[in-house]
Write a protein that binds this ligand. Structure first.
Ligand code: TYM
Length: 341
């Protein structure tokens, strides 16, 4: 049998996670776990997975915390099962071409397109003053991250769908303005779990920036705290364990988490708990979540202070830079920037 390294890579996968705060169960189900699955399934695909630190500074960050979080996300990628033999893992800001192409994308996109992004509108709504320009132009950087590597496939959660659509539009527009340059990427969303909801307000997304710590589960939360958060998750006053997004958003979210972390479908779980109450269901789910997170935490603490982590990030950045530099030369040539070489 051919080893994965020997199979010719004809396709590319790109994705990233921001190092703002700690990663949640939503990040794990919506993104990280997908990366691990895809690295094993897609033999013909080269993977570029990064820590989106430039994206983090669209809002204020503490310098010491940011550095800590960058390393923490890198370690979590590996702890969740990313294999450096199969994936180029790197830090976005260490590959300068991301910023270069981002400016080119700003020069391809229209202001109106940026202003229509719901994430921008939401974040802007929460912050009254000092809104950074990069919060508005953020999707240009995300488009650059993806197009730089000619990604065919971009695994993301639902909340990034609009940014991916914009990326597709920018690639198509650039190609028609300057000639065929970029692959138009496809989004890849998990079958269940593309939008894990808050445990306290199940009509909202589970988010690491939520003020209420009970609303999210962090991958690095104490296991006893994780159990408590699941057990105190908001549900309705009915007793039936049934999936109904409109009337029973809380229990539907818990069913989604259950299905995402096991091989069972939502229908099978409903059947299993037909005659049970919420307490039993939540208590079983708490153990399922804890069993998924425990080995990740164990590996995380083995990796976080290991020098090997730095070597992996250095090698990942070298490979990313090689591909990105080649692409930028092509982009400059197509647009007519600089001099003929
Ligand atoms: P970020 O850092 O907010 O989230 C990282 C990934 O986790 C997914 N996600 C969720 N999935 C399901 N349920 C949730 N509650 C949940 N919360 C987060 C996100 O959809 C995302 O896939 N802009 C991106 C990072 C980025 C990127 C890229 C992604 C920068 N450049 C290029 C792909 C390709 C972001 O802020 O994700």
């Amino acid at each position: 049998m051919q080893s994965q390294k020997e199979v010719k890579k004809t396709r590319t996968l790109v994705s990233g996670i921001q190092p703002t705060g700690k990663l949640t169960l939503g990040n794990y189900i919506g993104a990280l776990r997908q990366f691990v699955k895809l690295q094993d399934e897609l033999e013909d695909t080269e993977l570029f997975i990064f820590i989106a630190d430039l994206h983090a500074i669209t809002t204020p960050q503490d310098r010491v915390e940011l550095r800590k979080n960058i390393r923490s996300v890198a370690a979590l990628y590996l702890a969740c099962g990313l294999d450096p033999a199969k994936v180029n893992l790197f830090i976005q800001s260490e590959v300068i071409e991301h910023t270069m192409l981002s400016y080119i994308m700003e020069s391809t996109a229209y202001v109106g397109e940026m202003e229509r992004m719901t994430q921008y509108k939401d974040k802007k709504g929460k912050q009254m003053e000092g809104i950074r320009t990069s919060l508005l132009t953020y999707p240009a950087l995300m488009a650059a991250d993806i197009l730089l590597y000619d990604a065919h496939i971009v695994p993301i959660g639902d909340d990034q769908k609009q940014h991916l659509e914009l990326t597709r539009n920018l690639a198509t527009r650039f190609n028609s303005l300057y000639g065929e340059t970029f692959v138009v990427p496809e989004g890849f969303y998990p079958e269940t779990g593309a939008r894990i909801k808050s445990l306290t307000e199940p009509d909202k997304k589970m988010s690491k920036s939520d003020e209420n710590q009970k609303s999210y589960i962090l991958l690095l939360d104490d296991l006893a705290i994780i159990r408590n958060k699941i057990k105190s998750a908001v549900t309705d006053s009915d007793t039936k364990i049934k999936y109904d997004l409109k009337k029973k958003a809380g229990i539907s979210n818990l069913l989604t988490i259950y299905a995402s972390l096991t091989d069972l479908s939502i229908k099978e779980i409903e059947k299993k708990y037909e005659n049970s109450n919420y307490a039993t269901f939540k208590s079983d789910l708490a153990e399922i979540v804890v069993d998924s997170i425990r080995p990740i935490q164990k590996r995380y603490f083995e990796i976080i202070n290991d020098i090997k982590l730095d070597q992996i990030l250095t090698e990942g950045a070298e490979r990313a830079r090689f591909v990105a530099q080649r692409k930028m030369q092509k982009v400059y040539k197509k647009i007519g920037l600089g001099r003929i070489k």
